[in-house]
Design a protein around this ligand. Structure first.
Ligand SMILES: [Zn+2]
Length: 152
């Protein structure tokens, strides 16, 4: 029988947040006591210089929404003011973000949600900076996606 020594060095375990770069749509939003069944929104993870940044918007219900901009330090999500916002976890179809207040946001990769949705119905009508139509799904009651809805 051999003895297995498990290393617990924090730096070695630090994950590389660039693996999460991509475009996501909200799948679910919940706390220990509440499930926001009507919640919708989206999330974008992207690289600026050497920093992996995250921007997301979640409409929990008609009068409560969260708009977040921040960045990663390993799997830790920090606000632009360097305050701890929460942690990111990898899921099979996307990511989970656990906010320090106990809220969990589950995002799925847009490619899973939008695959096959090439028809114009339900697709965001915004034109991107590249001059092509946005590939995201339009939000409920809007012709724009979560991100473009806020810019119009
Ligand atoms: Zn859009």
């Amino acid at each position: 029988m051999s003895l297995i020594i498990i290393s617990c060095s924090k730096d070695d375990d630090k994950i590389d947040p660039s693996q999460f770069i991509g475009d996501y749509e909200l799948k679910s939003c919940f706390t220990d006591t509440d499930f926001y069944s009507d919640a919708e929104g989206g999330c974008e993870i992207f690289k600026v210089g050497n920093t992996i940044r995250i921007s997301f918007y979640v409409d929990k219900n008609s009068n409560e929404n969260v708009s977040f901009d921040g960045y990663f330090d390993g799997d830790q999500v920090l606000t632009s003011d360097e305050e701890n916002f929460g942690r990111i976890w990898e899921a099979s179809l996307g990511i989970y973000i656990d906010q320090v207040d106990g809220t969990t946001y589950e995002f799925w990769k847009s490619s899973y949600i939008n695959s096959g949705a090439s028809s114009s119905s339900g697709r965001c009508q915004a034109i991107t900076q590249k001059g092509t139509q946005c590939k995201r799904k339009a939000s409920k009651g809007s012709i724009y996606c979560w991100q473009h809805k806020n810019n119009h």
